[in-house]
Design a protein around this ligand. Structure first.
Ligand code: DC
Length: 210
């Protein structure tokens, strides 16, 4: 069973994916963390996030320690991730790992849940279930602000909203694997739907496919 969950930043796809994986005992891969790790690696090495040669180099030999780094979730890392994610060389380097994970989930699990931007369209076009989780930019920025305000007290709601909108534009506008719903994806709008309701709907959809 391969479940593909795509959608824009802070739409709730990570929470949904994690809960689905726990419910069915499937492996979970947050593919955004791979792009974040590349972005962080580039910044740590002293380059700018839009340095193609540096990003392709970091993604070719991704240091697993970066995936556990607390700075991975910072706003500036998300911004760098969105920039390196527009580079075809970086996407190509990360593709094989993601595909392997989906077809051979670690720990002998019988299924995998992957969330990201291009899972249903590029990484797992044959996924058994494809969900596209979205919400208004305002609601997403508010959620991210609540999540970040204790860890990054200097960050304002206005900054987060501007950042969410800039990332949407970049993620949807890039030429290689842009963010968009797969033709056979089911749309879940979480603007006014609580995460519990979204989760229950998704559980039903998985059970239908089992
Ligand atoms: O989901 P996230 O905020 O952790 O993702 C960080 C960035 O990584 C996002 O702006 C776009 C990129 N990304 C991508 O291009 N493809 C994916 N499958 C996952 C993330």
């Amino acid at each position: 069973m391969i479940i593909a969950i795509d959608g824009p930043a802070a739409a709730g796809k990570g929470t949904l994916a994690r809960r689905l994986a726990a419910e069915f005992n499937y492996a979970y891969l947050d593919t955004g963390s791979l792009y974040r790790a590349v972005g962080l690696g580039v910044l740590r090495a002293g380059f700018k996030a839009d340095d193609v040669a540096a990003a392709v180099g970091v993604s070719a030999n991704l240091d697993p320690a970066l995936l556990g780094d607390p700075a991975l979730r910072e706003e500036r890392t998300g911004d760098a991730a969105s920039k390196v994610a527009a580079m075809p060389g970086v996407r190509a380097n990360l593709l094989k790992f993601q595909r392997n994970f989906s077809v051979c989930p670690p720990g002998g699990k019988t299924g995998a849940v992957l969330d990201g931007r291009d899972i249903g369209t590029v990484v797992c076009p044959d996924a058994n279930l494809k969900l596209y989780v979205t919400a208004s930019a305002d609601v997403r920025a508010r959620r991210r602000f609540v999540e970040l305000k204790d860890r990054e007290p200097a960050v304002t709601y206005e900054q987060i909203l501007a950042d969410v909108q800039a990332r949407d534009t970049r993620d949807m506008g890039r030429a290689d694997a842009p963010l968009k719903p797969a033709e056979d994806a089911l749309l879940l709008d979480t603007t006014e739907l609580a995460i519990d309701a979204v989760f229950l709907r998704a559980v039903d959809l998985v059970k239908e496919r089992l």
